[in-house]
Write a protein that binds this ligand. Structure first.
Ligand code: A3P
Length: 333
């Protein structure tokens, strides 16, 4: 038994929080840093480039997040189709709760359906009142997440890195503060190839989930944006089964899969009034014009921006990074 009187619980909590803040401050002073796309600097934490706020949130997440075995996580590298998958997963899981003519997504849009773990204000954020299964999104690499999270299930969506690069460069350029010099495509390309962009390196991010999905296929469903685009109905069936709610014969007969795909299509989501105006707030991390989540929604738009030399350089990096893994993100069209 300790001979010292223990601190009251609230003071212990304060001390715990203060420790994390001090650790965060220390990390910002000591970690390798590089130019950011939206922030002046990104910091390399356990192999991944994070902005200062995400780094702090990650430390807090490890201390405060309490997982539940029924949790379902949507993980993605930014600009890989997160918004689309939020809509698909939410409407597939909740297909018994809403009609397709008067749907939750019509009024609220897809973003609010999955809190972004990397942007929440811990310890204030409390997910205990959420109904189960709880849905969460994250842009963090698998290896950066607290181990307790692996009790839940993950859907990971990845995308051709060339399309991710263009989409991310355009998106981040809009968010970049005016007092920072413009980030040219050449600079963004160079940084991306070096792995330096929020939550990057892209290659290691993808591999973290790819490896985990090979180890536990029943826990991690690995999807490609291109595959969702080409065969959305097949993917909806996969999602339904993976999330524990396989489509019934009756639902198939009623065309439920087709309805979900239609509701979540690029045109449908982009044209919703709720997605046309206003901003989406992700805690203190990000404020985004809602319409900026819907740009072109195409495969291969990179061809309008990248030279043949740039194309070959990214292919070379992919060959190198994914060699022997069984994964390929090379364009097939
Ligand atoms: P582009 O910038 O190439 O158009 P995220 O949601 O992860 O931020 O990804 C954004 C990308 O997904 C953008 O790509 C966006 O246009 C595209 N997108 C958004 N909704 C989509 C949908 N319903 N179907 C296909 N692509 C979609």
């Amino acid at each position: 038994m300790s001979s010292f009187p223990s601190l009251p619980e609230s003071e212990q909590e304060d001390a715990k929080y203060q420790n994390i803040c001090n650790n965060h401050k220390h990390l910002l002073e000591t970690l390798p840093k590089a130019n950011g796309w939206r922030n002046p600097h990104l910091y390399n934490y356990n192999g991944f480039w994070l902005n200062p706020l995400v780094l702090k949130t990650n430390l807090l997440l490890h201390t405060y997040f309490k997982s539940h075995p029924t949790d379902i996580f949507l993980a993605s590298f930014m600009k890989s189709g997160t918004t689309w998958l939020k809509a698909l997963m939410f409407s597939t899981l909740n297909r018994h709760r809403y009609t397709f003519s008067d749907h939750y997504l019509h009024k609220h849009g897809p973003q609010s359906t999955f809190p972004l773990l990397d942007a929440e204000s811990y310890p204030i954020t409390d997910f205990t009142t959420f109904s189960h299964p709880r849905l969460f999104a994250t842009h963090s690499a698998h290896t950066l997440l607290p181990p307790c999270i692996s009790s839940g299930k993950f859907v990971y969506v990845c995308r051709d890195p060339k399309d991710v690069l263009i989409s991310k460069w355009m998106f981040m350029s809009k968010l970049r503060p005016k007092d920072l010099p413009l980030l040219s495509l050449d600079e963004a390309f160079e940084l991306f190839c070096l792995g330096v962009s929020e939550f990057g390196p892209f290659w290691e991010h993808v591999m973290s989930y790819w490896r985990a999905s090979l180890e536990s296929p029943e826990k991690i469903l690995f999807l490609k944006y291109e595959e969702v685009k080409k065969q959305p109905e097949v993917v909806v069936r996969k999602l339904a089964a993976f999330m524990g709610k396989p489509l019934t014969v009756e639902e198939e007969k009623k065309g439920v899969v087709r309805e979900i795909v239609k509701l979540c299509s690029f045109e449908s989501l982009r044209n919703l009034e709720v997605n046309k105006k206003g901003v989406e707030k992700f805690g203190k991390l990000l404020e985004v014009e809602k319409q900026d989540f819907f740009r072109k929604g195409e495969i291969g738009d990179w061809k309008n921006y990248l030279s043949e030399e740039m194309n070959e350089r990214i292919d070379g990096i992919m060959d190198d990074k994914f060699r022997g893994s069984g994964l390929s993100l090379r364009a097939t069209v």
